[in-house]
Design a protein around this ligand. Structure first.
Ligand code: SAM
Ligand code: SF4
Length: 337
């Protein structure tokens, strides 16, 4: 361990949570995330697994306590278990509290047990619908049965599962009650996510009128369930309630609202080694260049500290039902959702 102070940004927020995208590729083509004919990055642009290890380990040494692996679909990255195995040493040493991932679930049958063996305890699975046809409409390429089987595998391996569902008006609004019920039966927490204006070509799959305000989702759920606010927080943009009938938690993630920025504890590393200090700002730090220019970890630490010193107070999204202001030109699959 180093005796340097941990990463703290100009607004006195300790940066303890790193989200890492390990690939921009995916076996699905969700309408709100990718166009059907996505062009992916050349392989050389991606950080190698060794580079990911080196970089993530710098963050851990600098005080990051939680690592979330995402993508694209993290489990389609070739050799990904090698990376999880490498990161598990930070769990074993006590430097890291949690190693986790966000996945579409398609590869969990194969990887749930090895992930659990690496010390992964929880997994977020993105699932917007329990209807097979709708699932195909949303994911374009996804196979519903395969994801269901993946979720079973995760439970069998002892992983705690949380579902993430993007709230889409006209698509899954009629299923919200059923999702709550099903998650209650399965013992899963459930988080609804407000759809965000990401990517330059949202046009072919996502319509703006699919935006479903989570305040309305909550009101809708309250027609059937008793929801009690709870103070639970992960330092992120989710607000949580307990469903009294089932005992499970429901989170509402409104990334476009400002009310969470003051407690923001996270930064995001893209699969090409760019560090984004805020999901809603374009400012980034090119850590790949530093990584590839020198084997000296002190230079990397300096670059990371310099980036954290530029972390903005909050983001600039302005999403007013009819227009999309502050639309980000990068894809969620690149930045890591
Ligand atoms: N492939 C994995 C998955 O789907 O869970 C990990 C990456 S994916 C980009 C992470 C999360 O971002 C998913 O829960 C997905 O639903 C969400 N997401 C993608 N595009 C989004 C958008 N435009 N608005 C809100 N959430 C989005
Ligand atoms: Fe793939 Fe996840 Fe994006 Fe869907 S949301 S296309 S599963 S990266």
């Amino acid at each position: 361990m180093q005796d340097l102070p941990n990463l703290v940004d100009p607004f006195a927020r300790a940066i303890t949570y790193l989200r890492v995208s390990v690939t921009d590729r995916c076996d699905f083509r969700c309408v709100y995330c990718m166009s059907e004919n996505m062009t992916f990055l050349p392989k050389n642009d991606l950080l190698t697994l060794e580079e990911l290890d080196r970089l993530c380990s710098r963050f851990v040494d600098l005080g990051v306590r939680k690592l979330r692996i995402t993508g694209g679909e993290p489990l389609v990255r070739k050799g990904i278990m090698q990376f999880f195995e490498a990161m598990s040493r930070h769990l074993a040493s006590g430097a890291l509290d949690e190693l986790t991932l966000t996945t579409n679930g398609s590869q969990l049958r194969r990887f749930a047990k090895p992930l659990a063996d690496c010390g992964v305890r929880r997994v977020n699975v993105s699932l917007d619908t329990l209807d097979e046809q709708k699932f195909r409409d949303i994911t374009r390429w996804g196979r519903f049965a395969q994801v269901m089987d993946g979720i079973d595998a995760a439970q069998e391996a002892g992983l705690k599962v949380k579902l993430n569902a993007v709230a889409l008006k006209g698509t899954n609004d009629d299923e919200a009650h059923r999702m709550v019920e099903w998650c209650g039966q399965r013992g899963f927490d459930l988080t609804f996510i407000e759809v965000m204006p990401m990517g330059e070509d949202m046009g072919d799959g996502l319509r703006l009128d699919q935006y479903w305000d989570l305040k309305d989702v909550r009101r809708h759920l309250e027609t059937r369930w008793t929801l009690t606010d709870i103070p639970y927080s992960t330092g992120g943009p989710a607000r949580y309630v307990r469903v009294e009938e089932t005992g499970q938690k429901i989170g509402f993630i409104t990334p476009l609202s400002h009310n969470f920025c003051e407690s923001c504890n996270r930064v995001r590393l893209t699969c090409t080694g760019q560090l984004f200090m805020c999901l809603g700002q374009e400012d980034e730090a090119d850590l790949r260049r530093v990584l590839r220019e020198s084997g000296d970890d002190r230079l990397l630490d300096q670059a990371i500290r310099a980036a954290i010193a530029r972390k903005p107070k909050g983001h600039d999204f302005d999403y007013s039902r009819q227009t999309v202001g502050g639309t980000m030109t990068r894809h969620m699959s690149h930045t890591g959702g």
